[in-house]
Design a protein around this ligand. Structure first.
Ligand SMILES: [Fe+2]
Length: 230
């Protein structure tokens, strides 16, 4: 059986708008466990225009500590990360490296839904040049050509499970998986949304074992580095 890892989730209590309380976080993680998910990247939103890195990290740590008190070994293991919204010159943002998944060089980077700016390509290339492994959050949401232009400078992709769980799955999502560009599958759970991990399970079922294994192997490489630093 494949080890299932959720690459993108909002399960830390009061770290962002993902979970309003420890109880909500426990429900979220119970649903993950029920879906057979053994590991989770907790990726609260980071908005560069509104937040500063050190305050964000302190808040995330406090939130994680509160949650950890209530967890036992039966819950999925958690590695801390962030979902970082791109901005102009993000490559020069002080502390950008600290927003990578803890202990790794992997950064989960979110693009705005509209208005793809051609300068993003320059920023993503500059981050990669700094040695940051840029993973584009929920790449399924965007225009394929825009994502392809970022892939061409070396970015990788995370897909949200709901894009792979319905009756109709866009063909290029499977093409990205088959080309080894997808390093993570995410529930992107906010609140105690019952559909999130149902979608996760059904995405895994639909894509088949070979594709699921390909994604989870890539995710595990990142998770194991994160876990080693704890
Ligand atoms: Fe998210």
């Amino acid at each position: 059986m494949i080890d299932l890892i959720d690459f993108h989730s909002h399960v830390l209590p009061r770290a962002d708008h993902g979970s309003a309380s420890v109880n909500t976080s426990l429900s979220q993680l119970s649903m993950a466990r029920l879906a057979g998910v053994s590991r989770v990247f907790a990726t609260p939103h980071f908005y560069p225009a509104e937040q500063d890195v050190s305050r964000f990290l302190a808040r995330r740590q406090g939130s994680y500590a509160n949650l950890l008190k209530e967890l036992d070994d039966s819950f999925p293991k958690i590695a801390l990360g962030a979902e970082v919204l791109i901005c102009d010159n993000i490559e020069a943002l002080p502390g950008i490296r600290e927003l990578c998944i803890e202990g790794t060089d992997t950064l989960l980077l979110e693009l705005p839904f509209n208005d793809f700016d051609k300068r993003y390509r320059t920023s993503v290339a500059a981050l990669i040049k700094q040695g940051i492994n840029v993973v584009l959050a929920h790449a399924d949401r965007y225009d394929r050509a825009n994502i392809d232009s970022l892939l061409s400078v070396g970015a990788k992709i995370q897909l949200n499970a709901n894009s792979l769980s319905g009756l109709f799955v866009k063909k290029h999502l499977y093409e990205w998986i088959d080309a080894g560009l997808v390093v993570g599958l995410g529930s992107d759970i906010h609140g105690a949304d019952k559909r999130a991990y149902k979608c996760f399970s059904s995405a895994i079922r639909k894509m088949g074992e070979k594709r699921a294994e390909k994604i989870m192997t890539a995710t595990m490489e990142i998770f194991s580095v994160a876990a080693d630093t704890k």
